[in-house]
Design a protein around this ligand. Structure first.
Ligand code: NAP
Length: 427
C-alpha cells in the first residue's frame, strides 16, 4: 500500500491531538484514502512535549529536518503566530510538500502568498481548522455549496466571547467578573485581548469571507469591535426586548461589494444563532440559492481541532495534483462596501435629564437625520430618565451623525450605549 509520510510541527494542544488521532484512527484514515498515512517526525521546541511524541516517531527541534526529508509528503504546522510559521510553510511548499495548518492569524494576513506558493509548486495548502475549529465550514463552502451564490456569513466564531456574553445573559452579571470567572474556568486566556477585542474573530471572518465571496479579504480589511463595552444594563434591556447578546462576525455581499465586520450585537431570541450558547461556535450562511444553512459545533479544543486537521490531510491525499480541489478560490477582486453605507438596525440607551422637551429634542435630531424610531421605552429615577430606543433600519452614517448630535445635547447625561441588531429582517 502506498505510504504518505506526515511531519508535524508543534506538539502542543492541537498537535498532540493530531498525533493521537493519527494513531487511534489509522484504520479509518486508511479506509478513507486507500493509503498508509503515518506520522514520521514531530518537530517541537519544548523537550517535555517532544518526549510525548508516539513511540517510533522521530523527534527534532529543527523544521528543516522535515522539509529535507523526501519521505515526508505533508507538513502540518501547528505552532501558531506569523513567524516562524510563515517561513516553515513557505519552505515546505517550496519543497513540494503539502501543508495543513490551523493558523488563522497567518492565513488571514499572508493567505494569498502562501496559496500562490502552493500553486507555483504544484502542491496543496489546506486550513479548515483555522476558522471555527472542528466545524467543517470551509469544506462545505468550497465543495458542497460551490454552486450557491453566498450573500452573507454571520458567525459566532469565538468561543471565549460567546461564553462570556451567554453567562452575562444568564446570570445578569457585569462584564469584568464574568471575564474573571471565564479565566478561572479555562474559557478565557490569562491575556484575553485577542479574543475580547474581536481580533481573533476578525481573522476567522477574513478567511471565511474570502472563501464565501471568492475574493481576498485580509485581517486588515475587517473592522472589529470587542465586547468590553457591553454592560449588564444593556443585556437586561435586551432581554426585555426579546434580544440575546452575541459577538458576531458579519460578512455581507452588498451590490456586488464586500463588507466584513465584527461587533457585539443583539439577535432576536428566535434566531438560530441565539440558541448557540457557552463556548460553542456557529456559522449562519445566507444565499438566494438555499435561503440559509447553519453549521454548529465546538470552535476549539485539542481533539476537535485535530479532527479538522486530519480531514484536511485526507482531502489532500485524495486530491491528485491538478485535481479539482485547488488552492486559492479567490478568482474575483471585489471592492469593499463602506461600513458607513451599510443599513443596520440599532438599539440605543441614553440617560437624560427628566425635564420637558428632551424627548422632542432627541426625536427632532433623528427626524432631521432621516432616522426613524421603531420603539421607545422610558424609565425614570429621581431627576433622570433612561431612554431605550430601537430604530428602524438606517444607513449607519446617518445614525452615527444623529448620535453625535444627541450625545452633545445638554440634557444627555451619559455616553449613549449603542448595539447593532442583526438577524431581524424587516427591510
Ligand atoms: N487550541 C485550540 O483549541 C485551537 C483551535 C483552533 C485553532 N488553533 C490553532 O492551532 C495552532 C496551535 O495551537 P495550540 O493551541 O495547539 O498551541 P500550543 O498548545 O501553544 O502548541 C504550540 C506548540 O508549538 C511549539 N512551538 C512553537 N514554536 C515552534 C517552532 N518554531 N518549532 C517547533 N515547535 C514550536 C510550542 O512549544 P513551546 O511551548 O516550547 O513554545 C508548543 O508546544 C495555532 O495556530 C492556533 O491558533 C488552536
Amino acid at each position: 500500500m502506498e505510504k504518505v509520510g506526515i511531519g508535524l510541527v508543534g506538539y502542543g494542544t492541537v498537535g498532540s491531538g493530531v498525533g493521537r488521532l493519527l494513531h487511534e484512527s489509522a484504520d479509518e484514515i486508511r479506509l478513507a484514502t486507500g493509503k498508509e498515512v503515518t506520522l514520521r517526525t514531530v518537530c517541537e521546541l519544548s523537550p517535555q512535549r517532544r518526549a510525548l511524541a508516539p513511540p517510533g516517531v522521530r523527534t527534532t527541534a529543527d523544521f528543516a529536518d522535515l522539509v529535507n526529508d523526501p519521505e515526508i509528503d505533508v507538513v502540518i504546522e501547528l505552532i501558531g503566530g506569523i513567524e516562524p510559521a510563515r517561513t516553515i510553510q513557505l519552505a515546505a511548499l517550496t519543497a513540494g510538500k503539502a501543508v495543513v495548518t490551523a493558523n488563522k492569524q497567518l492565513l488571514s494576513q499572508h493567505g494569498a502568498e502562501l496559496l500562490q506558493t502552493a500553486e507555483d509548486h504544484g502542491t496543496f495548502l489546506r486550513f479548515e481548522a483555522s476558522a471555527v475549529g472542528a466545524v467543517p465550514v470551509i469544506k462545505v463552502l468550497r465543495e458542497s455549496l460551490a454552486a450557491a451564490q453566498i450573500t452573507g456569513v454571520m458567525g459566532i466564531v469565538n468561543g471565549t466571547t460567546n461564553y462570556i456574553l451567554s453567562a452575562m445573559a444568564q446570570s445578569g452579571a457585569e462584564y469584568a467578573p464574568t471575564l474573571a470567572r471565564a479565566q478561572e474556568l479555562g474559557y478565557a486566556e490569562a491575556d484575553p485581548t485577542e479574543d475580547v477585542s474581536g481580533k481573533d474573530a476578525a481573522a476567522k471572518m477574513a478567511i471565511l469571507a474570502s472563501i464565501a465571496f471568492h475574493s481576498r479579504v485580509t485581517l486588515a480589511d475587517v473592522e472589529h469591535e470587542g465586547i468590553a463595552a457591553v454592560t449588564d444594563v444593556d443585556v437586561a434591556h435586551g432581554r426585555q426586548l426579546g434580544l440575546v447578546p452575541k459577538l458576531l462576525g458579519v460578512a455581507k455581499l452588498i451590490d456586488g461589494r464586500v463588507n466584513v465586520r465584527v461587533y457585539p450585537c443583539f439577535v432576536p431570541g428566535e434566531h438560530p444563532l441565539a440558541g448557540v450558547s457557552g463556548a460553542y461556535n456557529a456559522v449562519f450562511l445566507e444565499s438566494e440559492t438555499f435561503d440559509s444553512i447553519m453549521l454548529f459545533g465546538p470552535g476549539a479544543g485539542g481533539t476537535p481541532t485535530a479532527s479538522a486537521v486530519i480531514g484536511d490531510v485526507i482531502s489532500i491525499v485524495n486530491t491528485a495534483p491538478g485535481g479539482y480541489i485547488g488552492n486559492c478560490t479567490c478568482y474575483k477582486a471585489l471592492d469593499f462596501y463602506p461600513g458607513a453605507d451599510v443599513v443596520s438596525r440599532f438599539y440605543l440607551r441614553v440617560q437624560v435629564a427628566d425635564e420637558p422637551g428632551v424627548l422632542a429634542a432627541i426625536a427632532g435630531v433623528f427626524g432631521q437625520e432621516g432616522v426613524s424610531i421603531h420603539s421607545m421605552q422610558q424609565t425614570g429615577a429621581e431627576d433622570s430618565a433612561q431612554l431605550v430606543l430601537v430604530l428602524h433600519p438606517v444607513r449607519e452614517a446617518a445614525f452615527f451623525g444623529a448620535l453625535s448630535r444627541i450625545a452633545a445635547l445638554p440634557a444627555v447625561r451619559s455616553h449613549p450605549s449603542v448595539i447593532r441588531i442583526e438577524g431581524q429582517d424587516d427591510r
